[in-house]
Design a binder for this molecule. Structure first.
Ligand code: ZN
Length: 298
C-alpha cells in the first residue's frame, strides 16, 4: 500500500499525504484501524511506490529480505543495524529490529506479518518496550515460532507471564478493556527481566516507567539512536496526524511518572528517535522542546 498514493485503495479513508510548510508528512488513520487492516490483509502483497517521506526518513534504504522469494517484505533500514517493520497504516504501530533482536511485536494479528518480514534472518531474542497489547500481542507466537527468548522490563515481567494481569494493570476504561482484550497476546515466560544499564541488541536499557510499571527505552550512545516506546508518541492515534504527544492518559496509569521518564531524554542528544507510534524523528531540538514543554507535575 502506497502511503497516500495510488495504492491506498485498501483504506482510502484513513491514508493520505499532508503537505505543510513545504514538507510532506505521513497522514494515516487512527491506530485502532491499523491492526484491523493488518488482520484483513494479512498475507497480501504490500506494494510500495517509493512515496516521499518526511525529512527524518528520506534516506531510508529499502531492501529485500535474504531468502525471500517475493517483493513484499520490506523492512526499512533507518540506520546501521536498526530497521522498522511496517504495518498498516505505516508507522501506526511500530516493530523494530535492533541488530538481531526484535523489539516489540504489535498486536496478536501481526504475527504472520512479522514472521514473514524476518524470514531468512537470524534473530537471537525478542525484547519489549512494555507489555501493552499493541506491543506484546504477537510476542508469544514470534518467540514460539523462532525459538527465541523473551526479554522485558523487570516491572512488566509478571504481567507478561500471568494471564489476565496485564489487563488488570491497565486503567479501567472501556476502550482499553475492549480493544486491549482483542489485541492482547497470550502470556509467555520472560527469560530476562531487564534493568537499567543492561545491554540488548547493541543498545543500553533505560528504565522509563509510567506508561507501564516496567516500561524501558533503548539507547545507543555511539550514534545517538533512541527507541522510546510509548514514553513519547509521534502520532495522534485518533487522527493519524504526525505530531509529538504524550501517550493517551486512558492507557497510562501514571502520567506524572511517565513525564519524569521523558525528562531523562533531555540528558541525551539523540540523532534519531524511534517511537512505538509514529514515524522516526531526526530533529533532536524539536524532541527536546516538546519534552521541556510538558507540565511539571500534577
Ligand atoms: Zn502503544
Amino acid at each position: 500500500m502506497a502511503v497516500g498514493g495510488s495504492g491506498s485503495r485498501l483504506a482510502p479513508a484513513v491514508c493520505g499525504v499532508k503537505a505543510f510548510r513545504g514538507r510532506v508528512d505521513l497522514v494515516f488513520g487512527p491506530a485502532p484501524v491499523a491492526e484491523a487492516c493488518d488482520a484483513v490483509i494479512s498475507g497480501a502483497r504490500a506494494r510500495r511506490s517509493g512515496a516521499r517521506f518526511g525529512p527524518a526518513i528520506q534516506d531510508v534504504a529499502r531492501f529485500r529480505l535474504a531468502g525471500s522469494q517475493n517483493s513484499i517484505a520490506p523492512m526499512k533500514k533507518l540506520t546501521d543495524d536498526v530497521w522498522v517493520l511496517e504495518g498498516f497504516p505505516p508507522y501506526a504501530i511500530n516493530v523494530y529490529l535492533l541488530g538481531d533482536v526484535l523489539v516489540d511485536a504489535a498486536t496478536r494479528f501481526a504475527a504472520g506479518r512479522i514472521l514473514r518480514r524476518l524470514r531468512g534472518r537470524a534473530i537471537s531474542a525478542h525484547a519489549l518496550t512494555h507489555v501493552h497489547p499493541d506491543h506484546q500481542g504477537a510476542s508469544h507466537a514470534v518467540c514460539a515460532s523462532l525459538g527465541i527468548p523473551l526479554f522485558c522490563g523487570a516491572g512488566d515481567a509478571d504481567a507478561m507471564e500471568t494471564p489476565g494481569l496485564m489487563m488488570q494493570k491497565m486503567r479501567p476504561h472501556w476502550l482499553s478493556r475492549s480493544i486491549g482484550g482483542i489485541w492482547q497476546g497470550p502470556a509467555h515466560p520472560v527469560s530476562r527481566r531487564l534493568r537499567e544499564g543492561d545491554a540488548v541488541g547493541g543498545f543500553t536499557v533505560l528504565e522509563t516507567p509510567g506508561h507501564t510499571e516496567g516500561h524501558v527505552a533503548y539507547w545507543r550512545e555511539a550514534d545517538g539512536v533512541l527507541v522510546v516506546g510509548d514514553v513519547v508518541c509521534n502520532m495522534n492515534i485518533w487522527t493519524g496526524l504526525t505530531m509529538l504527544r504524550e501517550p493517551e492518559r486512558i492507557f497510562t496509569p501514571d502520567p506524572a511518572l511517565n513525564r519524569r521518564s521523558a525528562r531523562r531524554f533531555l540528558e541525551l542528544r539523540p540523532s534519531l528517535v524511534c517511537f512505538g507510534h509514529g514515524p522516526p524523528l531526526a530533529d533532536c531540538s524539536r524532541f527536546h522542546a516538546f519534552i521541556a514543554s510538558l507540565p511539571r507535575d500534577t
